[in-house]
Design a protein around this ligand. Structure first.
Ligand code: C2O
Length: 584
């Protein structure tokens, strides 16, 4: 990879400009002494009981580790090292001096832009500052004129910072480009890309990204209490682009957006293209209910699959990432641009101020999952795997200091000093209406092929296949869609229906809707990635007449044009409950 160097932060010019921004502030960083973020595994923390060491049952294993680490207080834990039984290592932060040129997503050519941040040798392990006053991130549709004024001023100042200041608007946008478009390799892993999407790093990376973005904005207007707004697209009252972003005179405006998505257009979280606003709102609430509750059988189904040192990109996106998150990117991105810029492509997404407002709501979903969704409706709330907790990233903080942060310090937004304004969750009980007798016609009357005869296939039109169940009727089962091989540079989406009785593909608010796969275009080393998803069918069966069926009809409905995704296979498996977390 070509390596591009920008002036170091230690040059007097940059140091002066930093200083002039904050004449009176003086941040004291704690010593990084006992943060051992990348310690290799060893056997220093052995479990003394021989029986325990041979115990292979993963959930027990996790409990045991929690005890060792004092996981009850893991946020304060400082020595997360030497986990017995773990077989891999967490993702390490990128080496900034090896940052390469990002690549054009459609052509595979190198981009003209350089996404690489300024280089600094002075990296500090970040310590969360004590929380004196909780910030409340407001709903973007409900903010006051004073708030909008301040927010505008902050973004405007960010845009006026010197280009090489890591806090400047473009440098901030480029953070996303660099972490998402193959500019970094995993340290020590050859040319294996470092990628923060389509895995369990999705929520933590973006949480830290917004955290520093917010602190930089606060610093630029001398208001450390400044809190980013969130776009409340999961509530009918927030399903249009928030007004403050569409005023062309505002610093929050971006001209590279789809004109058809300007207010009063209703955001289409299902990307069905329906032109009936009421149908779109109904679909949206169904999508939210599905991705937050109905389709998840364990915490990884929601958060994304494990991604450790040496893992290839795209191990598997969580339900929220591939659902509402992707849809909003693609819905706002400008189809007149070559690659859906700005929001519709990862390399350019951070150039639209709306990105950070969108991701405020994405981050809120993680917070809701942990603190507000009823435990009886969702599986585990937290990932306890040390390779998750010890994964780390680099960011420049509000003082332009390069800091290393780790996932374990961001798993609790309250500890990071911010919370979200409380807004109703109209999707929380948005279970689709039951579907009865008619659905069975599809089973007997269909000419669909059997699943074991049609795969692999390129999904460029609607496909219907018969898939055998593990048991007759209302069993506790998961639908697994395997070896989904995608062209990462394209927008791709398909919806999955089970025993759908009609072909009205713009309606998602029905029992037959099982879930979604979708991706925002981005670059990976070889333009292709293979992944899989699981969709829980247990609740779906409850809402359908599958009394003594031993086969279901699965319909895959692509929402993109043309080829780009190949499906390797579909099967139904028993839900492997109780949900267990990998033991590393
Ligand atoms: Cu890093 Cu919404 O993308």
């Amino acid at each position: 990879m070509a390596s591009l160097h920008l002036p170091s932060l230690t040059t007097p010019k940059t140091a002066n400009s930093m200083h002039s921004l904050s004449p009176s502030s003086h941040t004291i960083f704690p010593k990084p002494s006992h943060f051992l973020l990348h310690a290799k595994r060893s056997n220093r923390l052995q479990v003394s009981c021989a029986d325990d060491q041979n115990h292979k049952e993963p959930s027990q294993n996790v409990d045991r580790r929690n005890m060792l680490l004092g996981l009850g207080g893991i946020y304060g834990a400082s020595n997360l090292v030497s986990i017995p039984g773990a077989s891999a290592n967490p993702i390490k932060p990128p080496e900034l001096d090896k940052c390469g040129v990002a690549t054009n997503l459609n052509t595979g050519q190198q981009l003209d832009i350089n996404c690489c941040p300024p280089i600094s040798q002075n990296i500090i392990d970040y310590r969360l500052p004590p929380v004196h006053r909780m910030k409340t991130r407001p709903s973007a549709h409900k903010v006051s004129p004073e708030y909008i004024f301040k927010y505008n001023m902050a973004i405007d100042r960010m845009k006026r910072l010197p280009k090489d200041d890591p806090r400047s608007f473009m440098q901030q946008a480029n953070i996303h480009c660099a972490y998402c478009n193959g500019a970094y390799d995993q340290p020590g892993q050859g040319t294996l890309d470092l990628q923060v999407h389509n895995s369990w790093l999705f929520f933590p990376f973006h949480r830290w990204y917004l955290y520093f973005y917010e602190r930089i904005l606060g610093k630029l207007i001398g208001d450390p209490t400044f809190a980013l707004p969130f776009w409340n697209w999961d509530n009918p009252k927030g399903m249009t682009i928030p007004p403050m972003f569409v005023d062309p005179k505002s610093a929050l405006y971006d001209e590279k957006r789809n004109p058809a998505s300007m207010p009063p257009a209703v955001v289409d979280l299902g990307l069905t293209g329906s032109t009936d606003s009421l149908q779109v709102v109904t679909n949206n609430l169904t999508v939210m209910y599905s991705e937050m509750i109905r389709a998840n059988s364990d915490v990884f189904d929601f958060m994304g699959k494990p991604y450790r040192e040496g893992t290839a990109v795209n191990p598997g996106p969580g339900s929220s990432e591939r659902g509402s998150h992707t849809a909003v990117h693609v819905w706002v991105g400008d189809p007149r641009q070559p690659s859906g810029e700005d929001l519709g492509n990862f390399y350019s997404a951070g150039r639209d101020p709306l990105f950070y407002c969108h991701h405020g709501n994405v981050d809120r979903m993680w917070s809701l999952w942990q603190y507000f969704l009823p435990s009886n409706k969702i599986p585990d709330k937290r990932i306890t795997d040390p390779d998750f907790l010890n994964a780390s990233f680099l960011f420049y903080d509000e003082n332009a200091q390069l800091v290393r942060v780790s996932v374990k310090d961001c798993v609790d937004n309250l500890r990071m000093g911010y919370d979200y304004d409380r807004i109703d969750l109209p999707w929380l009980d948005y279970r689709p209406p039951p579907q009865t007798a008619g659905a069975r016609v599809t089973r007997t009357g269909t000419s669909a092929a059997k699943a074991d005869t049609v795969f692999p296939l390129t999904l460029d039109k609607i496909v219907r296949v018969l898939v055998p169940k593990t048991k007759k009727g209302k069993a506790d089962e998961l639908l697994v869609i395997e070896n989904i091989t995608v062209d990462t540079t394209k927008f791709l989406k398909f919806d999955v229906f089970v025993n759908d009785e009609d072909d009205n593909v713009v309606e998602l608010d029905k029992a037959a809707y099982a879930g979604t796969y979708a991706q925002v275009p981005h670059k990976t080393a070889n333009k292709s990635a293979t992944t899989s998803i699981r969709l829980k069918l247990t609740d779906l069966y409850d809402d359908m007449d599958v009394a003594d069926d031993d086969t279901v009809l699965v319909t895959l409905v692509p929402r993109h044009q043309g080829p780009g995704v190949t499906i390797g296979g579909i099967k139904i498996i028993e839900n492997p409950k109780p949900a267990t977390q990998p033991s590393g």
